[in-house]
Design a protein around this ligand. Structure first.
Ligand code: C5P
Length: 409
């Protein structure tokens, strides 16, 4: 992801010898996509499950395994000392025991002991091993020391077994780990808030191959969702046709994503999710109109000649529906993209819209052929419900996102 405007941090991912090591590749990838510098420290057993080239390709750094290499650089402690966050995924029963006892007979052990960074462990093992009193006692010791334990979840295990012991999904581990980092940094000022963000632009089908759409890339909405997640919020992103450049090659890590296509689908998702959140950020560009009917087959030139008339009908205003159904204490933020060049006229339109839609804040941004859409930067003015200017921000969409979220914190 390029939009998160995160400070690049050094994250050590320790990998131990369990079959869930293959899922840990997704954890490393999640941190890299979020813009961080990732150092994999793998045990010998881990490399039996997933080979060195995979870790190096995904982390974009050499893998460290050996205690007796780089001795002159005092590497057995240097890696831990320089880490901002240490994550062990998967953490086997054996590794939990070693960490609880402070054993440092390999590079991962010395790295963890030498680090003062938050430590996040994602256990993975068979149910009997997880439930064993020894493992439970080790986990209790680690928790009491402030170590974050993510999972394990209940589900299918290797072979025929099923039950507690399955490593959490990579996205969940990344989310929990970045939240632990934000807590340490003191930047988790949205901790405990549930936030719904809509992003992208809806597409209203004309026939099976054509649609009426808009130029929204989803960049600003995704930047808001990522910034909120980084600041500790639990974020659901309702994503409408995001540009591929916005999400890179995978879904944004640490967010729950609901994909939608049309305004009707976005409306359904937003109304369904809204009841469970404290904050709604309606950044999506929703089509005001949709074709009155959708042709079952491709519309043919031969049937229409030189003129084709389309009949459009109004879509419901989702934002107004959301504010009408507002939960007590819920904060709702709307967006207004205007092509109006004059600032006074823009503010006038924005003030009328804030009042008409009943939002708590309205983010006003100018758009045009070369402004606002698909660009990495944005320039916004935020109005409150009474029409007063409460914030102005300009720059990378991640920076603009943080400025908007400051209003909530
Ligand atoms: O009226 P206008 O389209 O400018 O309003 C923009 C705001 O309203 C945005 O927050 C957008 O997400 C929302 N909207 C909506 N439903 C529509 C049209 C816009 O929720 N049908």
């Amino acid at each position: 992801m390029t939009e998160s405007a995160v400070a690049r941090r050094r994250i050590v991912v320790g990998v131990t010898g369990g079959i869930a090591a293959y899922k840990a590749v997704g954890v490393v990838r999640g941190f890299v996509l979020a813009g961080h510098d990732v150092q994999v420290v793998a045990t010998d057993a881990a490399l039996r499950f997933v080979g060195r080239p995979t870790w190096e390709a995904i982390s974009r750094n050499p893998v460290e395994t050996e205690l007796y290499e780089g001795v002159a650089e005092v590497r057995h402690v240097a890696i831990g000392q320089s880490a901002d966050l240490v994550v062990v995924a998967p953490a086997t029963a054996n590794e939990l025991a070693k960490l609880a006892a402070g054993i440092a007979d390999d590079l991962l052990g010395t790295t963890v002991l030498a680090s003062t960074a938050p430590l996040v462990l994602a256990p993975a093992m068979h149910t009997e091993m997880w439930r064993n009193a020894a493992t439970q006692a080790n986990v209790a010791v680690l928790r009491a020391r402030g170590v974050h334990i993510v999972g394990p979840e209940s589900g299918p295990l290797t072979g025929q077994d099923s039950g507690p012991g399955r490593m959490s999904e990579p996205d969940e581990i990344v989310r929990a780990a970045l939240a632990a980092l934000a807590d340490r940094d003191g930047t988790a000022d949205l901790r405990g808030r549930r936030v719904l963000v809509t992003a992208g632009g809806t597409r209203e089908p004309l026939d099976p191959v054509r649609f009426i759409g808009n130029r929204s890339s989803g960049r600003q909405g995704v930047a808001l969702a990522l910034a909120a997640a980084r600041r500790g919020a639990e974020v659901t992103l309702v994503a409408a046709n995001l540009d591929t450049g916005v999400t890179g090659s995978g879904p944004p890590a640490g967010l729950r994503v609901v994909s939608v296509g049309t305004a009707a689908e976005l409306r359904e998702a937003a109304l369904r999710e809204a009841g469970a959140v404290e904050v709604i950020v309606m950044a999506a560009a929703v089509a005001d109109y949709r074709p009155e009917g959708v042709s079952e087959s491709k519309i043919k030139k031969d049937d229409h000649g030189d003129r084709l008339e389309l009949h459009l009908v109004r879509n419901p205003d989702i934002l107004s529906e959301l504010t009408a159904a507002r939960r007590p204490g819920q904060t709702i933020i709307g967006f207004a993209a205007e092509t109006e060049p004059g600032r006074d006229r823009q503010l006038e339109l924005g003030r009328a819209k804030a009042e008409r839609k009943g939002v708590d804040y309205l983010v006003l941004n100018r758009v045009g052929w070369t402004e606002g859409f698909s660009t990495p930067t944005n320039s916004v003015t935020v109005l409150d419900r009474a029409g007063a200017i409460v914030a102005e921000a300009e720059g990378a969409k991640g920076t603009v996102a943080d400025r908007i979220l400051d209003l909530l914190a």
